[in-house]
Design a protein around this ligand. Structure first.
Ligand code: SF4
Ligand code: SF4
Length: 441
């Protein structure tokens, strides 16, 4: 049976975007392993496509994870609209694994929401799924766990969507560029393409098309410059403060629909908005921002005034982290989700309408062949934790799967992180800014 050391050696990290080292997650003890197949970011199709194409390996990954954490139960949380994948899963799942059906709402894939929706357990503020006996794994992470005994993570699946000729889910070597992925999707169909990496709700605007795909990249959405998501990402903080200060009428919709508030956590974005009046002074209003999951629902969906409470929350959250201010053991209301969660979710069709996304093809079929690459850039940090220390130098010949870097060792122990590996055969052409460039020879 696979060990956590093999998973560590294979460089498996959370492939859904978080990048938390999987061997650390699977070193805990839990009664349930929950596969996160919710994939609630609009236009992304990668998890469902991977699940369909590699169903037996994903199930094997869940099985291995259950063994490692001592779980007696494995549950796959998937949206009820994916009936063909659900039928496939049900025809393959061994006992004691089961499927749990989710509504087509946002955010369904947030770990806290998923654990509540599937297991009816409320993770306390500041907690993790393990706090309530669960380990949550992304679909592609489970696939990489299943493959860890055969070799390290050198490939990534990602959706390319939005204003592209052929929306698609690609299989690419880690380290190709976003521009290569968009070209593989037939190229942009607009004259001013902007690349939103990760997803329109929680992703970030990448200004450099030559930016690299790493082990956490789940999608690239191409959007025009005048799209609300792009404009919002480009709005500077001074503008956010100026508009928020003058226009927020404290209607509190942002709080009433906030998924973490609905879970009973002490976060109230409408109160955080009050802090703008005092140039971020007023700690009682912002202490709860520590528990913001940055889902962006308040800014891109809930607020009728088009304000940006999410950004106000995250600015306060980051400032408080820098100042080492933490709200330990805050009170919370575990009954609140039972009262409100079911009828306050943001339905995906309505969210798509609000964001003007219906104009794009909402499909992403998997193209199973590996995208060819003549050159890749392997980041030394593709995970939560410390950047890896390089193991190679310029001019070295490397083989696909060879370790290029490992987490640094301090006090006899490796730092939190995961090794990174060559994704093609070639020669180390350059090393700069934490990237090892490999060219096919
Ligand atoms: S929803 Fe908008 S207007 Fe209402 S309280 Fe929140 S930020 Fe202010
Ligand atoms: S981004 Fe807004 S809606 Fe999401 S958790 Fe933070 S405050 Fe709540």
């Amino acid at each position: 049976m696979l060990s956590v050391e093999q998973i560590s050696e294979a460089g498996v990290v959370g492939a859904g975007g978080a990048g938390f080292p999987t061997h650390v997650k699977l070193s805990g003890k839990a009664d349930t392993v929950l596969l996160n197949a919710a994939e609630c970011e609009p236009l992304l199709h990668k998890d469902k496509e991977v699940l369909r194409a590699y169903v037996d390996e994903v199930i094997e990954g869940i099985h291995l994870a259950m063994h490692l954490v001592g779980a007696s139960r494995g549950v796959i949380g998937i949206k009820e609209k994916y009936q063909d994948v659900i039928d496939l899963l049900r025809s393959r799942l061994p006992s004691p694994m089961e499927v749990s059906l989710l509504r087509d709402a946002y955010p369904a894939g947030d770990e806290f929401i998923l654990v509540y929706d599937v297991l009816h357990r409320v993770i306390p503020p500041g907690g993790i799924p393990l706090s309530v006996g669960a380990v949550v794994m992304n679909v592609e992470t489970a696939l990489n766990v299943a493959r860890a005994a055969q070799g390290p993570v050198t490939e990534k699946h990602l959706s390319v969507a939005g204003a592209v000729a052929e929306p698609v889910t690609l299989r690419v070597p880690v380290g190709v560029t976003l521009a290569e992925c968009v070209a593989a999707a037939g190229g942009a169909t607009i004259p001013d393409p902007n690349y939103v990496v990760g997803g329109v709700m929680m992703g970030y605007l990448e200004e450099n098309p030559q930016a690299l795909v790493d082990k956490t990249t789940g999608g690239v959405i191409v959007l025009p410059s005048d799209h609300v998501v792009v404009r919002r990402r480009r709005r500077d903080w001074k503008q956010t403060v100026k508009i928020g200060r003058s226009a927020c009428d404290q209607c509190s919709f942002c709080t009433e629909l906030c998924p973490r508030w609905l879970l009973g956590h002490p976060i109230e974005p409408h109160r955080a908005m009050r802090s703008l009046e005092f140039n971020l002074v007023g700690e009682a209003n912002v202490a709860g921002t520590q528990f913001c999951c940055e889902c962006n629902l308040c800014s891109l969906y809930s607020c009728p005034e088009d304000l940006d409470p999410k950004n106000v929350c995250t600015q306060n959250k980051r400032r408080r982290m820098v100042e080492k201010q933490r709200w330990e053991d805050p009170p919370f209301s575990p009954q609140r989700p039972d009262l409100h969660m079911a009828n306050r979710k943001a339905p995906m069709p309505r969210l798509m309408t609000k964001l003007g996304l219906h104009r794009f093809l909402n499909v992403g079929p998997l193209r199973g062949e590996l995208l060819p690459a003549a050159k890749v850039g392997i980041k030394l940090k593709q995970h939560v934790g410390a950047a890896c220390t390089p193991l190679v130098k310029v001019g070295d010949r490397v083989a696909k799967g060879q370790a290029l870097g490992r987490p640094p060792v301090g006090n006899g122990k490796p730092a939190l992180g995961a090794p990174v590996h060559a994704s093609i055969d070639g020669v180390v052409a350059a090393m700069d800014n934490g990237i090892i460039w490999i060219e096919k020879s």
